[in-house]
Design a protein around this ligand. Structure first.
Ligand code: SF4
Length: 462
């Protein structure tokens, strides 16, 4: 029998990339590849890249410098290492990557990773390959399913991609160019994947997509299903205790989806709903297609449906033309909503997006100062939200052992990490926990004897 070949995949960016990386590993398992955590041991190194963050492309080239040294060291020992760049930077840069980093053998975009075995065969014959087409076939149909052992090794929480791409064209974002138009997977394919995960012990499933609530995949009746209908179907799968979905656009938060937060106990009371800015002028310049009042209205309807909903968001600070009064509108929106957390970034132009060519770019020092003020406010929101959990009892799904012996780490319904002294046999189980202490972003608690429902956390704001 041949020695297994070793695969090292490094994921950058969002959960979509983490999911894609796992599916790449699944598709290479039948070719004899096993995953390794050490790049220096690998026969195949894949960098699965992200284009969202600042200087993403330059970070990939700097990482490729390290990978080239690993490849050269292996060559000196008579061992061949194949280097591949995948994901959104690969899609955007294409052949330029091989030109600037000749150690790279293979470049492929997010829609092409099901072709990995065939592309690798080409490189094994000594060639280089670039594949950044948007093929019409569904890549998910061509992917090998993960083994039971692989699912178990990945833990009790799993991501499942249900939707990819985006038609919204926000003026700061590269996703519509790198991931292409919105597409949704068929319901029966998603259900089969979730059933397989649940049978192997997964208890929490997060449905993911760049614009997940625009989901409109073909259902078993041949008609397009909404995300609400898909969630209801998946909630019926035995073994799935918890459901979440991300990332959502406020314009696609329809009545059925809002009602699902009231009607589906499996759907956790937590939602990531990016707003980016609280100023109507900036929202229009960003082409977000909604106003501040539209967003507040969606949040009010969500909180009517589920009073304890924990909300998180994304914010971009210093978008071109943002004045102090626009920024003040963002701070006041945060005060009005009361978030349980948020991701916030300084605006940085992405080549090829309309925002990059806009006049009135905001000075770096102004962006930095505003970002600090915004993050301070979000931190106060988060502390206030966590404090309202103190002395409450709610269900925690235990995911893994903690740093200290006898400690387990799980997640609350609101997605906070919770640390509890509990036996390892509880990993993969949901148990009621009473919160006794808050430290940083973590909750500490003790096992409660009786199971409990999530607490009512009505009201918000720091
Ligand atoms: S909706 Fe999200 S993914 Fe789509 S263009 Fe806007 S920011 Fe990018």
């Amino acid at each position: 029998m041949n020695e297994p070949r070793k695969l090292y995949v490094k994921s950058f960016g969002c959960q979509m990339n983490v999911y894609d990386s796992r599916r790449m590993a699944d598709s290479l398992a039948p070719q004899g590849y096993i995953e390794t955590a050490a790049a220096g041991d690998a026969d195949l190194i894949i960098l699965n890249t992200c284009h969202i963050r600042e200087k993403a492309t330059e970070k990939v080239y700097s990482e490729l410098g390290r990978v080239r040294r690993i490849k050269e060291a292996a060559q000196a020992e008579g061992r061949r290492v194949v280097v591949a760049v995948a994901g959104c930077v690969a899609q955007a840069e294409g052949e330029e990557i091989i030109r600037r980093a000749p150690a790279v053998d293979l470049v492929f975009g997010p829609q092409n990773y099901h072709r990995l075995p065939e592309l690798l065969a080409h490189t094994e014959r000594g060639g280089k390959a670039v594949d950044t087409e948007f093929p019409v076939d569904d890549k998910f149909d061509h992917l090998a399913a993960p083994s039971r052992a692989a699912i178990r090794a990945r833990g009790v929480c799993a991501f499942v991609t249900v939707q990819e791409g985006c038609d919204k064209f926000c003026t700061f974002c590269v996703v519509p160019y790198t991931r292409g138009a919105e597409t949704s997977r068929k319901v029966d394919k998603i259900v089969a994947e979730v059933e397989q995960l649940a049978a192997a012990g997964v208890r929490e499933v997060t449905l993911i997509g760049q614009n997940v609530n625009a989901y409109h995949g073909e259902g078993s009746d041949g008609r397009p299903w909404s995300l609400a209908r898909l969630l209801e179907r998946i909630a019926g799968i035995s073994g799935v205790d918890r459901l979440r979905y991300t990332t959502s656009h406020p314009c696609d938060m329809d009545d059925d989806l809002i009602a699902a937060h009231r009607d589906l106990p499996t759907l956790m009371p937590q939602l990531h709903l990016p707003v980016q800015s609280g100023s109507d002028r900036i929202l229009a310049a960003m082409n977000r297609r909604h106003t501040r009042d539209d967003y507040l209205d969606v949040v009010a309807r969500l909180r009517d449906a589920r009073g304890d909903l924990a909300l998180t968001s994304d914010f971009i600070v210093g978008f071109p033309g943002e004045t102090e009064s626009d920024f003040a509108a963002t701070l006041s929106l945060i005060g009005d909503i009361g978030y349980s957390g948020a991701f916030s970034f300084k605006y940085s132009p992405r080549p090829g997006t309309p925002g990059a060519d806009m006049q009135d770019q905001v000075a770096e020092d102004v962006k930095s100062e505003r970002l600090q003020r915004l993050q301070d406010l979000i931190d106060r929101n988060q502390v206030a939200f966590n404090r309202r959990c103190l002395h409450r009892t709610f269900d925690v799904l235990f995911e893994r052992e903690g740093r200290y012996g006898g400690q387990l780490v799980g997640r609350s319904p609101y997605f906070q990490p919770v640390r509890v002294d509990a036996p390892a046999s509880l990993i993969g189980e949901v148990a009621a926990v009473t919160v006794t202490e808050i430290a940083g972003n973590s909750l500490f608690g003790t096992l409660a004897h009786a199971p409990a429902r999530a607490p009512a956390l009505v009201g918000a704001g720091a």
